[in-house]
Design a protein around this ligand. Structure first.
Ligand code: CTP
Ligand code: MG
Length: 224
């Protein structure tokens, strides 16, 4: 089967703020987008890597991926879901993808073992996601805690999320619900099974400006 990847880099990073969207800001010495692009484009099972970018972000995206195997840029949309949908349509037009990994550029550090596990899991189900068990106590409440939530069988879901291409394309075309935070939910809504593979703390998303503290300073750990 032909496996491709779609990296979502069309957001504005409003919660991080700053002059350029977070996916182009440096982390550990490289633009954030470059990290996951390197991991996906270097993986032997992935034949093409598409990158969804926002209007007017071409220069930043080119600069971020300078010198790497050429990315295929596609135009993103106003929401994450719309960026995925537009990306899937472009890939469908392009030809022969059987499987796809959909990944947030905001999760720069992508272990190759996670990619291996996701692709393997697609032999058994049309979807697979990396996830970590919840380790903190969970409760509902407003001012005060009102109800304890049993954390057993609860997961923190990450990306990349892997799918049989035709199934996730159809799921996006049929979706009429509210803005979902990920793609697996759309596959599940039409009865598609989604396997869990071991996630990684390395895959945590950069969401706030504090997520950049420390990781932007390569010398931080050595005490220089
Ligand atoms: N994304 C996208 N297109 C959008 C919105 C988000 O491709 N219209 C991408 C982001 O670039 C990011 C990923 O989806 O890699 C996860 O989204 P999030 O962390 O919410 O990033 P932003 O939407 O850019 O940030 P914010 O919500 O703070 O504005
Ligand atoms: Mg967002």
């Amino acid at each position: 089967p032909i496996t491709v990847a779609l990296i979502l880099a069309a957001g504005s990073g409003s919660r991080v703020g700053g002059d350029i969207p977070k996916q182009f800001r440096p982390v550990r010495g490289k633009p954030m987008l470059r990290h996951s692009y390197e991991a996906l484009s270097a993986h032997p099972s992935i034949s093409k890597v598409y990158v969804a970018i926002g209007a007017g972000q071409e220069a930043e995206a080119f600069a971020a991926l300078h010198g790497l195997p050429a990315a295929i840029f596609v135009q993103g949309g106003a929401t994450r879901r719309e960026s995925v949908r537009l990306g899937l349509k472009a890939i469908a037009t392009d030809g022969d993808a059987d499987r796809i990994l959909i990944h947030d550029a905001a999760r720069p550090f992508l272990p190759s073992t996670v990619i291996d596990d996701l692709i393997k899991a697609l032999d058994e189900a049309p979807g697979a996601v990396p996830a970590l068990p919840v380790v903190d106590s969970l409760s509902r409440g407003d001012q005060n805690l009102s109800e304890t939530v049993d954390r057993a069988h609860l997961w923190r879901i990450q990306t990349p999320q892997a799918f049989a291409f035709a199934d996730i394309l159809a799921a996006h075309e049929d979706w009429t619900g509210d803005e979902p935070t990920d793609d697996a939910r759309m596959l599940m809504a039409r009865g598609g099974q989604v396997r869990i593979v071991p996630g990684s703390e390395a895959l945590n998303k950069f969401t706030f400006s504090t997520d950049f503290a420390g990781s932007t300073m390569p010398s931080f750990r050595s005490g220089n």
